[in-house]
Design a protein around this ligand. Structure first.
Ligand code: GLA
Length: 382
């Protein structure tokens, strides 16, 4: 699939502009555990996957720049000195936002054309947006010798999301997409923005994604609201971020916060602990313990942090009824997208069948099943 995507964008580029483009592949990500902890300076446990964005990019001498989203059959032209955000929810903001944030760092970008396409289902909680942002910044850095490090590039991608897309996201998605490592997941400390790679070999178990096909939209204020609730409780506690707070600290201010916000902060502190415990479980090869932590994460996301939805909860309930599934939870920002399941290899087919039928019956629509491979981060394709 990856080779196909790359060929597509390459051929289209040569057809349209008659020159050989630079080719970039930028992956989406999964997250084993540690959800909504990144913007609380906490721990997350993501991995880049073999699905992503393929981009073909090259300098333009037409006096204009352009971006073409092949999958949407949508192309825009723009002037680099007149950038501003477009309509909320449009794909253009991911591209324009990155260019604008590079300019904000006083780096000079010349005109360029980019053509891209991808195979990450949008709104699936697999970070198609971070993959796109990273492909743009990576390509421009290369083309115009901007001298940006990978660390600079992910901060630019994140800022694009904040200022052009309007989602005050953490750093997990951009980090995982850029720094991913084949067959590894990364225990990322979102305060230091440094990670420790863990080789993932679950022996007779594996990860399986089930997409509700309910598209989440993070620009919904729901995401930003939660972030600011967390920040205000951290402030009340006199700590830099909730990552620094203990359960005892939180008890101390319980009377001063709403019960809803208390639950949200409680969730963040617990989830941060779960992410660290999960890395220990993986080190020990204790998949039963890992599975329990994953189920615990979903419980918290659904009941305390309130970012799940009926369809996600249903899929997790289906998993719980099957004792060959050790753990399942919603993944990513929430309100739709995928669940991630830790399942016995021999059980995947039967479970996929059962879940698909049950889901169809319950919601009158299909879910989709994905098997993924953990892969390298954003890179040039030769
Ligand atoms: C989205 C954001 C990330 C992270 C997750 C939730 O994917 O982009 O920064 O906050 O939601 O863990």
């Amino acid at each position: 699939m990856k080779a196909q995507l790359i060929n597509d964008v390459k051929n289209r580029y040569v057809e349209a502009y008659g020159v050989e483009p630079l080719l970039i592949f930028s992956p989406g990500r999964i997250n084993i555990i540690g959800e909504h902890t990144d913007y609380n300076d906490g721990f997350v446990f993501p991995a880049a996957v073999d699905k992503g964005i393929a981009a073909a990019i090259q300098k333009s001498d037409s006096g204009l720049s352009s971006a073409h989203a092949l999958d949407m059959d949508s192309r825009i032209e723009f002037q680099l000195d007149k950038l501003k955000p477009r309509a909320e929810g449009s794909w253009e903001n991911y591209v324009l936002g990155v260019v604008a944030e590079i300019q904000n760092r006083n780096k000079v970008v010349g005109d360029f054309n980019i053509i891209f396409r991808g195979d990450i289902p949008s709104g699936a909680g697999m970070s198609s947006s971070a993959a796109l942002e990273n492909s743009v910044v990576f390509g421009l850095n290369e083309l115009f010798d901007l001298g940006l490090s990978k660390q600079d590039m992910i901060l630019i991608s994140q800022k694009a999301e904040h200022n052009y897309v309007g989602v005050k996201c953490g750093i997990m998605d951009q980090y995982a997409s850029m720094f991913g490592k084949k067959n590894h997941a990364l225990l990322l400390d979102c305060r230091t923005v440094k990670s420790k790679p863990y080789e993932i070999d679950f022996k007779d178990h594996q990860l399986m994604l089930i997409n509700t096909n309910v598209k989440h939209s993070l620009s919904d204020s729901a995401y930003n609201d939660r972030r600011s609730a967390c920040e205000s409780i951290a402030e009340l506690l006199g700590v830099k971020a909730l990552r620094d707070a203990t359960l005892i600290d939180l008890e101390g201010v319980r009377a001063e916060v709403t019960p809803e916000n208390y639950q949200k902060a409680l969730y963040v502190i617990q989830e941060n602990n779960r992410a660290v415990m999960a890395s220990k479980a993986i080190e020990d090869g204790d998949l039963v313990a890992l599975g329990k932590l994953i189920y615990g994460s979903h419980d918290g996301l659904s009941k305390q942090y309130k970012v799940s939805c009926e369809e996600l909860d249903f899929l997790v309930e289906q998993a719980k009824m099957n004792n060959q599934v050790l753990g399942a939870r919603m993944m990513g920002g929430g309100f739709g997208g995928c669940t991630i399941n830790l399942i016995e290899k021999s059980a995947t087919e039967a479970f996929a069948d059962t879940v698909s039928q049950a889901y169809q019956k319950a919601f009158g629509k299909a879910c989709s099943i994905y098997f993924i491979e953990l892969s390298d981060g954003t890179h040039i394709v030769h």
